[in-house]
Write a protein that binds this ligand. Sequence first.
Ligand code: FE
Ligand code: FE
Ligand code: ZN
Length: 258
Amino acid sequence: MGKEALSIGADTFQFFTRNPQGGKAKDLDATDMQKYREFAQQHNFAKIVAHAPYTLNPCSDNPATREFAEMAFTDDLKRMEFVPNNYYNFHPGSHVGQGTEKGIALIADLLNRVLKPEQTTVVLLETMSGKGSEVGCSFAELAQIISALKLPEKVGVCLDTCHVFAAGYDIVNDLDGVFTQFDKTIGLKRLKAVHLNDSLMPFNSHKDRHAKIGEGQIGLKALAAFVKHPAVSDLPFILETPNDLSGYAAEILLMRQS
Ligand code: FE
Ligand code: FE
Ligand code: ZN
């Protein structure tokens, strides 16, 4: 994965720890991971982002689903220590009708069970669009989760531009205002990574459909201004746009040149 990233002009990448729809992860290959660590150092890679499976839902009303979440989370964090000091990003979850407060409590519960003082991985809560009963579509909800943690220093936030736009944060007309709000509620020091996507769906639609850079409702101009903003310009940026490899290469170039 590192070589593929390098070949398209990237110096970071995101990968799924297992099938995004859930299931068992492949066995660990320690030699492979050792090779990646050397490769990353040699090519001066930024921190990489592992993405938890979409089926991981800490605030489901089904105990078996919550058990899977804890099992997968624990196992993934164990694996991540083979590539220390990187990020593990997850969707906070969907409360499926139990209510946001209950959802927040269950998410904090899971984190309080799986986070360990000795881990080097920082776990990232992804900002969500608020489709269905998703928790984490407002900065305030993410701040509430973090404030309920025993080890808050192990947790940060990954801002998804498509999701925040769909959630009603106006990164097109009021980028400074959005970052000010983030800073006041969560604290900019917790912002660790960005998912850079355009949005097919309109502002405040609470719908999650990614578009190619410049082909959505956020637009090229706003995304170019976003990547240059001092609040995020040093962070790892991950494209989750509907593209093939050459499409990603073109978008990376476009963003680097903008
Ligand atoms: Fe995601
Ligand atoms: Fe995302
Ligand atoms: Zn999305």
